[in-house]
Design a protein around this ligand. Sequence first.
Ligand SMILES: Nc1ncnc2c1ncn2[C@@H]1O[C@H](COP(=O)(O)OP(=O)(O)OP(=O)(O)O)[C@@H](O)[C@H]1O
Length: 333
Amino acid sequence: MTRSFGDSVALAGVDLTIPAGSLTVVVGPSGCGKSTILRMIAGLDAPDGGTLRIGDHDVTERAAGERDVAMVFQDYALFPHMTVEGNISFGLRLQARHDRRSGPNRDQIRARVHEVSTLLALDDLLDRRPAQLSGGQRQRVALARAIVRRPSLLLLDEPLSALDPQLRASARAEITRLHRELGTTLVLVTHDQHEALTMATHLVVMERGAVAQSGSPAELYRHPASEFVAAFLGTPAMNLHDRDDIRIGWRPADGQLDLRQSERADGDWFVDGVVESCEFTGDGQHVRCTGPNGTFLLVQREGEHWLTPGDAAHVRVPTDRLHRFGSDGQRLP
Ligand SMILES: Nc1ncnc2c1ncn2[C@@H]1O[C@H](COP(=O)(O)OP(=O)(O)OP(=O)(O)O)[C@@H](O)[C@H]1O
C-alpha cells in the first residue's frame, strides 16, 4: 500500500498482515506512517496504490461506516455535552434511528451499554459528563463507545499518550485484558517501544513508511532483522561497536563482568573500558564505560560485584547474545 501527500511520502510500500484475533502493535519513530496506516484501515483515508483486505473481503473502496471497524482517537473525541451513558450509546441510537426494523431497540441498547460499562468499570459514572472524569476514566469511556457496536476490528491511535505515567501501567493492563475478554482483533499505534513490547501479541516496527520487521515481540527483540530494529527496541538501547566492515551489537543486560579475565573462549565478545558513571535503578545499576571500542553501557543486577567510577571494566558477551549487522544495516547470519 502506498500513500503520498504532495512530495511527502507517508507510506512508501507497506506490506502488512494483521493476524485475526491478535493485539497487533504498530510502533516506530514520529512520522514513519503509523497513523496513516490506521486511517487507511478505518477508511478515513484512501491509498494511492494497493489493496486492503479484511478477512476475505477487499474493502479498499468501502466507506468507513461499512467496514465493521471502530477507532479510538488519541484525544478520545468524547461529546462534552452528553453523559457517559449518552456517549457510549450514541452509535447504537444512531443505528436505531436509521434502521428502525433491524437496528437495536431501547431495551437492547440499555443492555449493551450495561454490558460494556460493567466490563470497563463505568457503572457508577454513567450520569457524569466527560469534564467530570479523570483521564483514565475518559479513556475507558472512549473504549466503551468503540466496543459497544461489537466491531470485528478495533483501532487505537496512541491510546495512552494522554495519561500520566502512573495511569499508563493500569491502562495498558486494561487494554490487554479487554483484548483477551473480547477476542476482537485490535490494532494499536504507539511510538513507545516499551508499550509495544509489553502489550503486543504481534509487533510491527515501521521505518520511513515501510515495515522494518514484524513478528512476536520476543522474536524482534532477540533476532532484530536490522540495526534500526535492534536500536529501536529495548531500553537501555543496544550497544553497537564497529569492527572491520561490520557492527557488533549486544544488549546492556547481556554483558557479564569478566573478573578473572581467564579462558577467553572463541566466539565470545570481550570489551574493555573504564567506568565513567554509575546510575542506581533500584534493582540494579547502569554503568557507563569508555574504552578503545567506544562507549558502552552495562546493566548490573543486585548481588553482582558492583563497579564504581574509575574502575576497569572487563566485559564478556556470550556468543549467542551477539548481533552482527552489515554495512547496509541488515542482520548478518
Ligand atoms: N494530511 C497530510 N498532509 C501532508 N502530509 C501528511 C499528512 N498526513 C501525514 N503526512 C506526512 O506523512 C508522514 C507520516 O505521517 P503519520 O502521521 O502517519 O506518522 P506517524 O508515524 O503517525 O507520526 P506520529 O508518531 O508523529 O504521529 C509524515 O511525514 C507526515 O508529515
